[in-house]
Design a protein around this ligand. Structure first.
Ligand SMILES: C[S@@+](CC[C@H](N)C(=O)[O-])C[C@H]1O[C@@H](n2cnc3c(N)ncnc32)[C@H](O)[C@@H]1O
Length: 325
């Protein structure tokens, strides 16, 4: 079982018969012991004794049952809030621009087809659905956590999923709702101004939990992942995308995107809040989610397009499944 969760498959082309396989435990990407996810650039481990083995998945008990259990990896009582007020202020300030494909969300708009392709491929494979059908996600209940203006929720709905989009900012939800209502194909989306942990309190569960480009903005990534795990049905799937804490991401996602190309307002991202792929795998594993596939998103400045890649050094996405038991 351990090898299964550490064999991370990558989908370059959803139509490929044999997607490339790689193991994340290759030396340059081995996990390093850290007291916290401190703001240090990635460096290869020098002392093998510092390389962590993935911990055995911890069974999570629902917070409503936690008065009676407080094992490792389980928070007694309520899950802590994911809200980070200073991060939220940044999103509130640009809420009106969600559907301006040349505005601050330009990178998300241009990346969207590529991330949708990865999501469709992984979900169809996991749930045994035909990725070539008109509505490949028919029958799946999906929550899009931190949905913003709905630029992911809408294509998921068009692919047949029953989608709930949640975001902590009211203005985002209003914009998402207005936009979705303008098209009968997306008007069924349920949008709520709420958080993952509040959905957990309401005991909501979903076949698929998606949280794209949000984990680097929440108060506590590990607690946030626990909430995502609670929201995921047994044998369901969880997808998270974020930005690696690497030297390349500092140069591209911060210096270039915020200070040279002016794609994003300055200060949108704090490099120290980024997680490496190894850290994300570790905290998901501790939350009972086994990461099975990962892919990088790579931008080609000549074409203005993003492609899937095994280069996880900047933008990357992880697909995991909930451990049963
Ligand atoms: C960079 S945007 C990503 C939007 C969307 N997931 C996408 O990739 O297209 C991050 C979004 O997460 C929301 N957000 C940040 N912290 C949140 C939290 N703790 N709970 C819910 N939403 C949050 C922000 O309001 C913002 O809309």
């Amino acid at each position: 079982m351990a090898s299964k969760s550490w064999k991370l498959r990558r989908l370059v082309n959803p139509n490929r018969a044999n997607p490339l396989k790689f193991s994340i435990s290759r030396p340059s990407q081995a996990l390093q012991t850290k007291r916290s996810f401190a703001a240090s650039p990635q460096s290869p481990p020098t002392d093998p004794s510092r390389v962590l083995q993935p911990p055995p998945p911890q069974p999570l008990s629902h917070p409503s049952q936690e008065a009676a259990s407080s094992g490792p990896g389980v928070t007694r009582g309520r899950i802590s809030s994911s809200l980070n007020e200073s991060e939220l202020r940044k999103f509130s300030a640009i809420a009106e621009t969600w559907w301006d494909s040349e505005g601050p969300y330009k990178p998300l708009h241009s990346m969207n087809p590529t991330r949708v392709a990865f999501i469709r491929s992984t979900l169809c494979r996991h749930f045994g659905k035909d990725p070539h059908s008109a509505r490949p996600l028919e029958g799946l209940k999906i929550v899009d956590v931190g949905c913003g203006g709905g630029i992911l929720s809408e294509p998921l709905t068009r692919m047949g999923a029953t989608v709930t989009g949640v975001d902590a900012i009211d203005k985002n939800i209003n914009i998402a709702r207005l936009h979705a209502e303008s098209d009968p194909a997306t008007s069924s989306i349920e949008y709520c101004c709420t958080t993952a942990e509040k959905l957990v309190e309401e005991q909501r569960t979903f076949d698929v939990v998606i949280a794209l480009e949000i984990i680097e903005h929440v108060a506590d990534p590990a607690e946030f992942c626990k909430s995502l795990a609670f929201l995921t049905n047994a044998n369901g799937a969880t997808l998270i995308s974020t930005i690696n804490r690497s030297m390349r991401s500092y140069a591209t996602a911060i210096v270039a995107a915020e200070y040279i190309l002016n794609w994003l307002p300055k200060g949108t991202h704090e490099w120290s809040r980024f997680l490496t792929p190894e850290e994300l795998v570790l905290i998901l594993n501790r939350a009972s989610i086994s990461v099975e596939e990962m892919a990088g998103f790579v931008y080609n400045p000549l074409t203005g397009r993003w492609t899937l890649s095994d280069d996880l050094s900047v933008n990357f996405i992880a697909f995991g499944t909930k451990n049963s038991g």
